[in-house]
Design a protein around this ligand. Structure first.
Ligand code: CA
Length: 227
């Protein structure tokens, strides 16, 4: 049985989520503020955390950031309030796997949970440290450097890079990336994928204009040539 931690300070929200998730067959634990949430995440092995952003003691962002800094890879879905567009981006950069905006429907939440759980386990099995072009990447600490200089990368960029690396020498289609990295079809477009690839190339390639590592396969997607 998959274990989910809910970190949420609003009692109604918390109980509603707990009931619904238990009904769906998940085992649910509860934390009511950020500090308690962090303790739970650090001291237990949950399959997934639903983490509210606005919390007493420590915000959801802090909890997310501190967990990742401590090398904890438990998948996190942030629960953000309506209109916090910037917060969502920040949340993903701090290491959240996905976010969902309140108010949300149960079906949407369940779909997100399933998508995140589906790609959760292989995080543990991937190699820790690899060299890709100019870059040394540590997939477990989510850090990267070029010539000993740390490179700032978002969580999504790491995920895409890792995916390409795991499928290196094979062509990966944009749709494959959308499905396996984003986990759902609605929001991001293939253009989103292209933009991420552009950003990655700027960090990895000697000459991003003439990529030698992440190649474009016209009409299909991308292929990593490294190693
Ligand atoms: Ca709250």
């Amino acid at each position: 049985m998959k274990q989910i931690l809910i970190v949420e300070d609003e009692p109604n929200m918390r109980l509603g989520l707990k009931d619904n998730l238990e009904f769906e067959g998940y085992q649910v634990s509860i934390a009511t503020d950020g500090k308690q949430g962090l303790d739970e995440i650090v001291n237990n092995t949950y399959d997934l955390v639903l983490l509210d952003v606005m919390l007493p003691e420590l915000s959801g962002f802090d909890v997310c950031k501190i967990s990742r800094e401590r090398g904890i890879k438990t998948p996190i879905i942030l629960l953000t309030a309506k209109g916090e567009e910037i917060d969502k981006v920040l949340g993903l950069e701090l290491g959240a796997d996905d976010y969902i905006t309140k108010p949300f429907g149960l079906r949407e939440l369940l779909a997100r949970i399933k998508a995140v759980l589906r790609r959760g386990p292989d995080k543990q099995q991937s190699p820790t440290k690899v060299s890709i072009g100019r870059m040394t990447v540590n997939f477990s600490s989510y850090s990267a450097e070029v010539e000993q200089e740390p490179v700032k990368m978002s969580h999504k960029e790491f995920e895409i890079l890792k995916y390409l690396w795991e499928h290196r020498k094979h062509t990966v289609s944009r749709y494959q990336l959308l499905e396996d990295i984003w986990g759902y079809h609605e929001q991001p477009t293939t253009r989103t994928v292209d933009n991420f690839i552009l950003k990655l190339r700027q960090k990895i390639e000697q000459n991003p204009e003439d990529p030698q590592i992440i190649l474009t396969v016209h009409g299909v997607g991308y292929k990593m040539l490294e190693n």
